[in-house]
Design a protein around this ligand. Structure first.
Ligand SMILES: Nc1ncnc2c1ncn2[C@@H]1O[C@H](COP(=O)(O)OP(=O)(O)O)[C@@H](O)[C@H]1O
Ligand SMILES: [Mg+2]
Length: 272
């Protein structure tokens, strides 16, 4: 579990965040918050990304010269079979993992020129990530978990913001609960609140409705697309849910390490 390294990256990025808070393509406003880029501007550009890992005796190529450009305000669904490399791709696109070859440019900054602290600083407050397995810190309450990204990107009224996000995902009565005292779906909702609490420009979500009952899943989808529309949040989602995929501006399928255009079924709903 990468909790300890995440924690280390978070604390080291706290000091580094001030250096990277002024990327060349954005301006900071009076409250220190970076405004969302205008809709249409590229927030992310992947060029010929390749990811190889060692698997026993042999080398496994998970992603092969994959290219993708995503504009601000876009919503993109990524579909594909289990094991196709979707989670690996999301981790690379968010700058959480590094490619074996190729370049990723996030908010106009080529990530190969940044070390781990620099990448964490670039992401701080601007990128939210909902992991497939939540990755909540087990010793922290729901509220403390949602407050974690604020350590990297402090702002006024953060406890109020965290509580209001927990209320939006229907967990106002669970703020003091530890992850182990919450159901899978409730943990998923804490993870979603944590991803959105800094009002990020770009949100990655790995099967965000995969552990939710249909009603909660539908509420979370509404919330994601309301934010996409109203706040201009760029969404990159991994999903098996064709109903969710249909609501995205663009659907892509990961197959044999590459992304291809994909047309979701019109008559298929859930299925996660
Ligand atoms: N660090 C790693 N070492 C070895 N194999 C890995 C590693 N990371 C992922 N894999 C393998 O790469 C493939 C893609 O994994 P993943 O990205 O989790 O797929 P998906 O999210 O599409 O189900 C799987 O076969 C997985 O076992
Ligand atoms: Mg996965």
């Amino acid at each position: 579990m990468p909790h300890s390294s995440d924690k280390a990256a978070q604390s080291s990025a706290t000091s580094a965040s001030s250096q990277a808070a002024n990327p060349p393509d954005t301006d900071t406003v009076g409250n220190g918050k970076v405004p969302h880029p205008p809709v249409g501007r590229p927030v992310l550009k992947a060029e010929k990304l390749t990811k190889r890992v060692n698997s026993g005796e042999r080398t496994l190529t998970i992603l092969h010269e994959l290219s993708l450009s995503v504009a601000a305000g876009e919503s993109v669904a990524i579909l594909g079979k289990s094991g196709a490399g979707k989670s690996t791709l999301l981790g690379l696109l968010a700058g959480l993992d590094t490619p074996s070859d190729g370049e990723l440019t996030l908010f106009g900054q080529p990530l190969s020129r940044l070390d781990e602290d620099g990448r964490a600083a670039l992401r701080a407050g601007r990128v939210g990530f909902v992991f497939q397995n939540f990755q909540l810190l087990p010793s922290l309450s729901a509220l403390e978990n949602v407050l974690l990204p604020m350590e990297l990107s402090p702002r006024a009224g953060e406890e109020q913001a965290a509580k209001s996000w927990l209320a939006k995902v229907g967990l106002e009565e669970r703020t003091e609960h530890l992850p182990k005292q919450l159901s899978g779906g409730e943990q998923q909702r804490v993870a979603i609140a944590r991803a959105f609490v800094t009002d990020p420009e770009l949100v990655f979500a790995d099967e965000p409705t995969g552990n939710l009952d249909p009603d909660t899943g539908a509420q979370i989808i509404e919330l994601l697309f309301t934010l996409n529309r109203e706040a201009g949040t760029t969404l990159i989602l991994v999903t098996h849910d064709h109903a969710l995929a249909r609501r995205c501006d663009r659907c892509l399928q990961l197959d044999q390490g590459r992304l291809l255009p994909f047309m979701p079924d019109t008559d298929e709903g859930g299925g996660q």
